[in-house]
Design a protein around this ligand. Structure first.
Ligand code: GDP
Ligand code: MG
Length: 398
């Protein structure tokens, strides 16, 4: 019996030891997995199944998960290989040609109609000024918001050139050429740049993008090593002053704020005085876009210009009329009102990225006789480009 009891004790002990070691071994196996997810990692990252589900025959999961997570945080889970190749291809997609992106909406809208119009070239109708191609082309240009005057001008000119039915490519090239001529015909307003401080005033209705453009311009000037001062001249909206101040802080430039009850002209005066005192290279002045009446606003803008000119004869050196491209032809009506108050040296056409009405640039240039100086291509600090007619036309009608 004693022997039997001993045997039972030994077998039980051995069995317990076996279970115990298996349990320990299982814990050991489990530990590395749980420790690969740091405690304060976001839950989505904790749950990232790449390290668990990626087939072992593919890239070592532990290694591949690191670059994947860094390069492509929103990559679909469980696809380590494709995510890795996405990461390799990312630079191509991440650096799109700026003009291509800015004109994406306008181009898509224009281009589908353009192709539709070209299909008329196969029509058997006799070739003359009444050929269906011309009507379709007219619709195409109007839809891109070139406006009735500009559309008619371009069409009449093309009709004269093509007394015979053209090849599609030749027609496109000719249209591009004529579009470029529209911009070339607008004389550049002479802007004195060899002055210090160089004074810029931004004008335009509320929401056009004045404050944003002031920030972008200040950032560009600062990047060129210039000392810049901003003037928060939209004294009628507290939020507008704060908005410019935020831009100034972010860029790291000084911003002249209105004193209690100050009007835009007083801020303009202070900003120019500060620029002279601090020997700044540039001063960029934001203005109000709306007052109780239109006449009040225009009078106020005239006063801003007068006050600056008094402080620095000949200044402001540059008056930029800021127009919202999404308004298309309607922007022209506003532009005409503002031009009467202050003669603009150039137009800034903002929100080109959000508009299918980029064609308005032609009408703005031709009808107002004011060159487009810049285009706004987004809300970030770098989204302001010097206008290039070649790039514009090339990407509008590729
Ligand atoms: N997408 C896009 N938005 C812009 C651009 N320029 C300005 N905005 C936006 O348009 C809105 C009005 O701009 P703001 O500068 O305050 O206009 P302001 O009233 O004329 O000073 C803001 O939300 C800006 O971020 C641009 O080029 N592209
Ligand atoms: Mg503003």
């Amino acid at each position: 019996m004693g022997l039997e009891n001993d045997l039972i004790v030994w077998v039980s002990a051995g069995f317990a030891a076996l279970i115990g070691s298996s349990w320990g071994f299982w814990l050991l196996l489990k530990k590395p997995k749980s420790s690969s997810s740091p405690k304060n990692e976001p839950s989505s990252a904790k749950a990232a199944p790449r390290t668990i589900t990626a087939p072992s025959s593919k890239v070592a999961p532990e290694d591949s998960s690191i670059p994947v997570a860094v390069a492509e945080p929103s990559a679909p889970l469980g696809s380590a290989t494709s995510a890795t190749s996405d990461a390799q291809e990312a630079p191509k997609a991440a650096v799109p040609a700026p003009w291509e992106m800015a004109l994406k909406k306008s181009r898509e809208s224009l281009f589908s109609r353009w192709k539709d119009a070209l299909s008329e070239l196969t029509s058997s109708e006799s070739w003359n000024a009444k050929h269906p191609l011309w009507e379709k082309l007219e619709e195409t240009l109007l839809a891109a918001d070139l406006g009735p005057n500009m559309t008619e001008r371009l069409l009449e000119s093309l009709k004269k050139d093509f007394l015979e039915k053209p090849e599609a490519d030749v027609l496109k090239e000719k249209l591009r050429e004529k579009m470029l001529q529209v911009f070339a015909a607008v004389p550049l307003r002479e802007v004195k740049t060899d002055v210090k401080p160089f004074v810029t005033v931004l004008i335009g209705v509320n929401g056009a993008g004045k404050t944003t453009t002031a920030g972008k311009l200040a950032s560009q000037a600062k990047a060129q090593g210039k000392k810049v001062i901003l003037g928060a001249g939209d004294t009628f909206r507290a939020a507008a002053v704060d908005q410019l101040k935020t831009w100034a802080d972010r860029i790291g430039v000084e911003c002249i704020l209105p004193a209690q009850g100050a009007n835009p002209a007083a801020v303009a005066f202070d900003a120019v005085a500060a620029a002279i005192a601090r020997e700044a290279d540039e001063v960029i002045i934001d203005t109000a876009g709306r007052l109780h009446t239109k006449d009040n606003l225009m009078d106020e803008l005239k006063k801003v210009i007068r006050v600056i000119d008094k402080k620095i004869p000949g200044a402001p050196h540059r008056v930029l009329l800021v127009l919202d491209a999404t308004l298309g032809q309607n922007a022209l009506i506003q532009a005409k009102e503002f031009s009467a108050a202050a003669s603009a040296t150039g137009v800034v056409l903002t929100k080109l990225d959000g508009s299918a009405k980029g064609g308005a640039a032609f009408a703005v240039s031709a009808d107002l006789g004011i060159p487009v100086s810049y285009v706004g291509t987004g809300e970030s600090v770098d989204d302001l480009r010097t206008f290039s007619p070649q790039d514009f036309v090339q990407h509008l009608l590729p």
